[in-house]
Design a protein around this ligand. Structure first.
Ligand code: M7G
Length: 348
């Protein structure tokens, strides 16, 4: 009889334990949703990207930034009958050398000239090349989070000298609350998106990676921009790298260069290969860019050449755990507020 009773109690205890687990999981999911980790709707059916044909449904709210050097404008708005904000990026594309030949429509009557004025031997014209030669690279982010809107706003930047203490006490806890969703990265790794764009893949779980054209790349060789996304999911950024990752970093460098050489004919000496700190996306990835192209994010406060990274770790295995790594931050970012509260940065 007492044996039966203990068994009953055990069953009841197990049930209570299971119930408690369910409640905890529910609270955990709720918490994830309230942070920015689950920021996208789980149901993708309402995605603007399935149906959009033109920008007639775009309702412009404001211009986040107009970069005349890059001939790029960053717009914030929304789409008719779609929930949420959208960021639309319009970029006038560079000339592609492969289109500059005598057969191209630049030099036929399909493209036309409008004279503005003439003075002696000097003439000023507006030229209207055919549509094919005149594309505007367009990136649409929808639904866009507040963090996307901040990322593309032309705000004042500040340099923060991030010591390991600042990273561990302020930046890292902030990252677990606030970071961009990594679904697009996992979609690449799992061949759910951009599978037909893969330039190279090494499936090794530890040292492997997938190389794809970067979202920013318009496709001209002169502005070549590829991204190597590592298979491992536990490396957030440069900060996490130690000698344990040397085989991975060397593998990416060697095979990434080889892949670009064989597909695009561009030599390794013509590539700028680097990591960003801070990155926007905390899943390790390496940028491979044409040396001739001044891509966004190649400035000293953000880009770390892969060769330097490898060398620093070879000299000191935990170099990036111990060093102060400066980075630039916009004043409307939430992390800025956290750093400001601790007196680490101050608005000027
Ligand atoms: P980052 O160093 O984390 O941030 O780089 P950054 O945006 O400040 O440079 C992430 C890189 O991933 C950037 O170069 C983006 O252009 C690129 N990227 C972002 N998304 C959302 C995608 C995507 O969906 N597909 C591809 N192929 N590249 C992306």
């Amino acid at each position: 009889d007492s044996n039966y009773k203990t068994k009953q109690e055990q069953k009841e205890n197990k049930l209570i334990w299971l119930l408690k687990k369910c409640v905890a999981s529910f609270h955990y999911l709720k918490k994830l949703k309230s942070t920015h980790i689950l920021e996208y709707p789980l149901n993708n059916c309402s995605s603007i990207h399935e149906t959009i044909k033109d920008l007639s449904g775009f309702k412009l709210k404001n211009i986040l930034q107009n970069n005349t050097n890059r001939k790029t404008v960053y717009l914030c708005g929304s789409f008719e009958s779609k929930e949420g904000d959208a960021v639309v990026i319009l970029e006038k594309t560079p000339f592609a050398e492969e289109n500059l030949n005598t057969d191209s429509d630049y030099f036929t009557e399909k493209s036309y000239l409008e004279k503005v004025f003439q003075n002696d031997i000097y003439g000023d014209y507006k030229y209207f090349p055919t549509n094919e030669l005149n594309t505007v690279k367009t990136t649409i982010i929808h639904p866009a989070t507040e963090k996307h809107i901040i990322k593309f706003s032309g705000q004042r930047c500040y340099i923060v000298d991030e010591t390991p203490e600042i990273y561990n006490d302020i930046v890292l806890p902030h990252l677990s609350q606030e970071q961009f969703n990594l679904q697009w990265v996992y979609n690449i790794l799992e061949h759910k998106s951009e599978a037909d764009r893969i330039v190279f893949e090494d499936t090794d779980p530890n040292n492997g990676f997938v190389m794809v054209p970067d979202l920013k790349w318009g496709g001209e060789i002169d502005t070549l921009y590829l991204l190597a996304v590592v298979n491992r999911r536990n490396i957030k950024s440069l900060r996490d790298l130690t000698d344990e990752h040397l085989p991975l970093l060397k593998n990416i460098k060697e095979k990434g260069i080889e892949a670009i050489k064989s597909k695009y004919g561009l030599d390794g000496t013509q590539l700028r290969i680097y990591l960003h700190y801070q990155p926007s996306f905390y899943h390790l990835h390496i940028h491979f860019c044409s040396l001739r192209h001044e891509a966004p994010g190649i400035l000293a406060e953000k880009a770390h050449l892969l060769s330097n990274v490898i060398s620093n770790i070879e000299i000191l295995p935990d170099y990036y755990k111990k060093s102060t790594i400066p980075f630039a931050i916009r004043e409307n970012e939430k992390l800025f507020l956290a750093l400001e509260k601790k007196g680490i940065v101050k608005k000027v």
